[in-house]
Write a protein that binds this ligand. Structure first.
Ligand code: SF4
Length: 299
């Protein structure tokens, strides 16, 4: 069975896999820092795009809104050379990777005597402190950037296919009639689709066409530069506190992904931080429910 994972979830395994496991069991713990971070990301999105509020009721609504945002982001990038909050979808082994890239921008890269237009991935991280991030945080964030790189590269290279969308969004192609809508009336109403056009607009066939067009558009993007950028911003002042520029490392990425997916496919139990990194536990939202900590208390 296919599993769909977000880049930040996979990258978090590089921080502490036990925390990822406990998040699955107990849910996300919201903190003021996370909320502030989401607010900043939303502001950046609104800098370049307009937000339309929609009512999501069915898996079809979720898929349509994702593919619509993808298309809008790709069009904006094609016209302006910059977009924020671009959704991506790709497959690695049996897992689907679904996420949102903070920013892609058009750059010029010098190769020999030529200047080539390339697409660069930029990831933005917000920090509560003005200090630069630790090497462990940078490692986790670099992995996240590489997952985005792999995801967008798969779309540019036509490795992402229409079937990946149906699977990742749980759309049953056998049960659904191709000409019947898979979008809810409430969703189409929030998009202001006239009632008489809803049947056609929301059909599996129309959404398949939209996926096709979006994938075609993605495949026309200038190829990715190997360089990924991570910018760390102070939450309160929005001052840049650190910047990382590094290259996509195929070997590191593939080994890291294979290791991470072993946990998701049930091949091994979640690992926790070692003695050397036990300082991470002092900042962890799952401290009181963590089996590693319970074991320590017993000892
Ligand atoms: S308390 Fe420590 S070992 Fe447990 S989940 Fe948190 S960081 Fe991981």
């Amino acid at each position: 069975m296919s599993i769909t994972l977000g880049p930040s979830t996979i990258a978090s395994q590089f921080w502490c896999e036990m925390a990822v496991d406990l998040r699955r069991k107990y849910g996300e713990v919201s903190t003021p820092e996370k909320e502030k971070g989401s607010e900043i990301h939303k502001d950046r999105f609104l800098e370049v795009l307009e937000e339309i509020e929609v009512e999501i009721k069915t898996p079809g609504d979720k898929l349509h809104s994702n593919i619509h945002n993808m298309m809008v982001g790709l069009e904006l990038y094609t016209n302006e050379g910059l977009t924020h909050e671009l959704p991506i979808l790709a497959k690695f082994d049996s897992a689907h990777i679904m996420g949102i890239i903070d920013e892609i921008k058009l750059i010029e890269e010098i190769q020999g005597k030529n200047k080539l237009k390339k697409t660069q991935i930029v990831e933005m991280k917000t920090r509560r402190s003005l200090n630069p991030p630790s090497s462990q945080q940078i490692l986790r964030d670099k992995m996240q950037g590489m997952i985005y790189w792999y995801g967008l590269n798969s779309m540019i290279n036509k490795e992402t296919e229409m079937g990946d969308f149906w699977t990742a969004f749980d759309i049953d192609l056998i049960e659904n009639n191709f000409n019947e809508p898979i979008l809810s009336e409430a969703y189409m109403k929030s998009l202001q689709i006239p009632k008489e056009k809803q049947k056609e607009y929301g059909s599996l066939l129309s959404i398949g066409n939209l996926i096709n067009e979006t994938l075609k558009r993605a495949s026309k993007l200038p190829e990715l530069t190997k360089t990924i950028e991570i910018i760390y911003i102070h939450q309160k002042t929005l001052v840049e506190v650190h910047r990382e520029r590094y290259n996509f490392d195929e070997r590191f990425f593939t080994r890291g992904m294979k290791w991470a997916l072993e946990y998701w496919s049930g091949k091994r139990e979640p690992g926790s931080v070692g003695q050397l990194n036990s300082w991470k536990c002092d900042f962890c939202s799952y401290y009181t429910v963590c089996p590693t900590i319970h074991k320590k208390w017993k000892e």
